[in-house]
Design a protein around this ligand. Structure first.
Ligand SMILES: [Zn+2]
Length: 195
């Protein structure tokens, strides 16, 4: 049985190859992870088990990893899945946050993975922003047409090497493509998930 860390929205395969079990969402024949967690592959069965939750109040100024879940007229609904800096911790279940639709936050799409800064936590409402140092922004984005992960091009462009589409409408993190779970976070995640 193979095992690796996956992020919400990550494409894991297609229905012709695998049978989706828990923690997997199917859309147009593609299989996506619902959680930040461990991917289990047994024969043709796929499942994702989310990491367990550390209890943590978030603090303004901290850098977090989040997934865009939806958008309305004035804001984006973000699920924060981990704290990155200065504290490193997984947030499971994800913590809900709101990001205003103002520059430089504009242009993100559901399933985009972002590095954001916690703005405020007043009265239980967590607001976040991509405004700040160059590391804040989109660190992983999937092609809305074919589901493949996008590669960073020049400046703020993202390119799909699978279908050739180019996207240039959002702030890209200077750390685009970085997977925080391959650096220290993995050991932490494994320790927590075996509890
Ligand atoms: Zn594509």
């Amino acid at each position: 049985m193979k095992r690796r860390i996956v992020v919400p929205g990550e494409k894991l395969g297609v229905v012709e190859e695998f049978i989706p079990n828990e923690g997997i969402r199917e859309e147009n024949g593609n299989l996506y992870s619902l959680y930040l967690g461990s991917l289990y592959e047994k024969d043709v069965k796929l499942s994702v088990r989310p990491f367990k939750r550390p209890v943590l109040p978030l603090r303004p100024g901290e850098i977090a990893l989040g997934e865009v879940r939806s958008a309305d007229r004035s804001s984006y609904n973000i699920h924060l899945v981990a704290l990155i800096k200065p504290r490193k911790a997984l947030l499971n279940p994800p913590v809900q946050a709101v990001m205003s639709k103002r520059p430089p936050n504009l242009g993100v799409r559901p399933s985009d993975i972002l590095l954001v800064k916690i703005n405020s936590t007043k009265s239980g409402l967590i607001t976040v922003t991509m405004n700040g140092p160059p590391e804040l922004g989109v660190i992983l984005s999937f092609c809305p047409v074919c589901g493949a992960p996008l590669r960073k091009g020049v400046g703020y462009t993202l390119v799909c090497e699978n279908c050739g589409k180019v996207y240039l409408d959002k702030k890209i993190s200077s750390r685009y493509g970085w997977n925080p779970f391959k650096e220290g976070m993995v050991a932490y995640a494994k320790k927590r998930s075996t509890r």
